[in-house]
Design a protein around this ligand. Structure first.
Ligand code: PLP
Length: 406
């Protein structure tokens, strides 16, 4: 495999930074990834040469911007292998995508005494919108537990499914445990019970091939900023058959066909779900981030990251008193851990003093932490530009943290 890590790293200007006088080791990629210059430069070029509001103007800049926006939609479509570009809705990110589904799909199809199934390892953004919906319509939220290794209890899930289940909403990869969930099986089981299925791909699309047509999920959502694109842009993939039937989420410009004071008719997909001026520059830049990933090759990224992940897990587990949280057989992207009885926040603060950026806290998964009986973890999360050398430095730095507290 021709994976030129030095060349890749040189694409990311921020990696040249020093933090606390030390070369930056950025291991907070689960929160947000850094951006390659190809993406950064495209934004500057767009505003310098192309910018005009999309879909509304006859003038050339508006046409150029519209073309760039729709080209980005095609890139997303190809990237996740959606059947049609009309199945790709641009949103602000994973959170907005899930809220859109909860408002639109939820209000149309979920009624009193119906059930929504999520899991104990969901991010707050795949818990709270469903709780809000349940309160509003009188539906019930059911929660699949995970076992001591951090794997979904599939028997419990099977037993929960019934003709009351209207939607199952599950994360592809857990942002706190790193567990890769058996989503194919989850999707098939949900469908057999007659339920729709939403996959939260926020921690997956940047690490592995996602083929929504093959998966046959009803909805798949993700955020641009976790896959080398800017903040404020994300994707809702939805099967056309659902999106056609679902009511709009927000009203405003661009999502209409005709407006009179008596009645408004709505635009066709995908614009029906894209009210107002969207983040069209962000969408264009997401397209550039996809180009960047495709140029390296998502399979190559996956192979490289798997090796790196294995190395990190091995090296971290050699550190006495370090406890890895989440021991699923199939893990990716993030390693959560605690060092002795040192508070995760203290570990994170000291690592930062050594130029190492990790995340500490509950990672927006409070129920997961409560179940494990902890308040949070230290989380190292990886991207295509991380190296074994950085992991060695992380391990030495953790030893220094231990010495400091001993
Ligand atoms: N779902 C998962 C699994 C996540 O890790 C995150 C962010 O960390 C989100 C949802 C929310 O993503 P965003 O804040 O980009 O909307």
């Amino acid at each position: 495999m021709n994976y030129n890590i030095n060349s890749i790293r040189s694409d990311f200007p921020i990696l040249e930074q020093k933090i606390a006088g030390k070369p930056l080791i950025y291991l907070d990629n689960g929160a947000t990834t850094q951006k390659p210059k190809q993406v950064i430069d495209s934004i500057s070029k767009f505003y310098s040469e192309i910018n005009g509001n999309i879909h509304r103007g006859v003038h050339q800049l508006s046409q150029f911007s519209t073309d760039a926006y729709e080209e980005a939609r095609q890139k997303v479509r190809d990237f996740i292998n959606a059947k049609s570009e009309t199945e790709v809705i641009f949103t602000r990110g994973t959170t907005e995508s899930i809220n859109l589904i909860a408002h639109s799909f939820g209000r149309r199809y979920i009624h009193r005494d119906d059930e929504i199934i999520i899991s104990e390892m969901e991010h707050h953004s795949n818990i709270v919108p469903w709780q809000m919906l349940c309160e509003q319509v009188g539906a019930k939220l059911r929660v699949i537990p995970f076992d001591k290794n951090g794997e979904l209890c599939m028997d419990d899930f099977r037993n929960m499914l019934s003709n009351k289940t209207k939607l199952v909403a599950i994360t592809h990869i857990s942002n706190s445990l790193g567990t890769v969930n058996p989503i194919r099986e989850v999707i098939d089981l949900a469908h057999k019970a007659g339920a729709a299925i939403l996959i939260d791909g926020a921690q997956a699309v940047q690490h592995t091939t996602v083929d929504v047509s093959e998966l046959n999920c009803d909805f798949y959502v993700f955020s641009g900023h976790k896959m080398y694109a800017p903040t404020g842009i994300g994707v809702l993939y939805g099967k056309k058959s659902w999106l056609d039937e679902m009511p709009p989420y927000q009203g405003g410009g661009d999502m209409i066909d005709t407006v009179t004071f008596k009645k408004t008719t709505y635009a066709e997909l995908p614009l029906k779900f894209e009210a107002g001026t969207t983040n069209y520059v962000g969408a264009m830049a997401l397209g550039k981030a996809i180009d960047y990933i495709q140029h390296i090759g998502i399979e190559n990224i996956e192979t490289y990251e798997k090796k790196l992940f294995k190395y990190a897990a091995e090296q971290l587990s050699l550190i006495p008193d370090l406890r890895i949280i989440g021991n699923a057989k199939n893990k990716s992207g993030v390693i959560s851990f605690l060092v002795g009885d040192i508070h995760h926040y203290d570990t994170g603060m000291l690592l930062d003093k050594m130029g190492i950026a990790v995340r500490t806290g509950n990672h927006c998964t409070q129920p997961l932490m409560t179940k494990i009986g902890i308040t949070g973890t230290v989380r190292a999360s990886f991207a295509l530009y991380n190296t074994q050398d950085e992991i060695d430095k992380l391990c030495s730095a953790i030893e220094r943290v231990k010495q400091f507290f001993s």
